[in-house]
Design a protein around this ligand. Structure first.
Ligand code: TYD
Length: 212
């Protein structure tokens, strides 16, 4: 695949969206045209599944929840991500399969191997080039971001398990996942992200040779 897939992970309130937009801005200043997507979402079907998943009144079992996140992902991968990457685009994705491993695997307690196998089916093996895990303590995440959607009504223990899960995922794949202390000011976090991303960008000359 010619393009670059960069994913952002972390607890709700870790500052992912800010960093996705700051990175997009910087890439645009250099003449790239990054594609920005969020999960679950970014296709009509995936947005409908997102609505179901976040509906506070819905009663969804952990297994059904995991399969729904992956159904939304399968549609996104096949209709948006693969076509974009095949034409050489840089894609920035706010959450991807690691979210399912962290939230439904470590958080909800589904067997990790089962979750990884389903993620593999949904992505058909598409793995991010680079993943930023923006780490903040649960306490800070709660202060920064509180809403009452279905996922965020899970208790503090749940989010502690998710956070520890992310550390475990990152420990297993250190070459792909960069852990960043996201309690630091956003501009400092961006600088660290940029230092990594720039290493994956083609030289300026090749921007005109098929990288967008
Ligand atoms: P969202 O409002 O996008 O949260 P955030 O701004 O933190 O990204 O809602 C997505 C919620 O869904 C969030 O609580 C994380 C959760 N989620 C999972 O549990 N599993 C997944 O696979 C994904 C993609 C998200």
């Amino acid at each position: 695949m010619k393009g670059i897939l960069i994913t952002f992970e972390g607890l709700d309130g870790c500052g992912k969206s800010t960093q996705v937009h700051r990175l997009a801005e910087r890439l645009q200043q250099l003449g790239y045209q990054p594609i920005i997507v969020r999960e679950p979402g970014a296709t009509p079907l995936s947005e409908r599944i997102r609505h179901l998943l976040l509906d506070a009144s819905a009663d969804i079992t952990p297994l059904a929840e995991m399969l729904l996140f992956n159904a939304a992902r399968a549609q996104l991968v096949d209709t948006v991500l693969r076509p974009a990457l095949e034409t050489g685009s840089i894609v920035l994705c706010d959450r991807f399969a690691d979210s399912t491993t962290a939230y439904q695997g470590y958080g909800r307690g589904l067997p990790i191997e089962l979750v990884l196998a389903c993620n593999q089916i949904a992505t058909r093996g598409l793995t991010p080039t680079l993943t930023f895990f923006l780490d903040v303590p649960v306490e800070l995440a709660f202060q920064r971001h509180r809403s009452s959607d279905r996922m965020e009504r899970a208790g503090r223990d749940f989010f502690e398990r998710v956070r520890n899960g992310y550390w475990e995922i990152a420990r297993r794949q250190p070459e792909r996942i960069i852990c960043i202390d996201a309690t630091r000011p956003p501009e400092e976090v961006h600088t660290t992200i940029w230092e990594h991303v720039r290493q994956y960008l083609p030289s300026e000359a090749s921007a005109s040779e098929g990288f967008y």
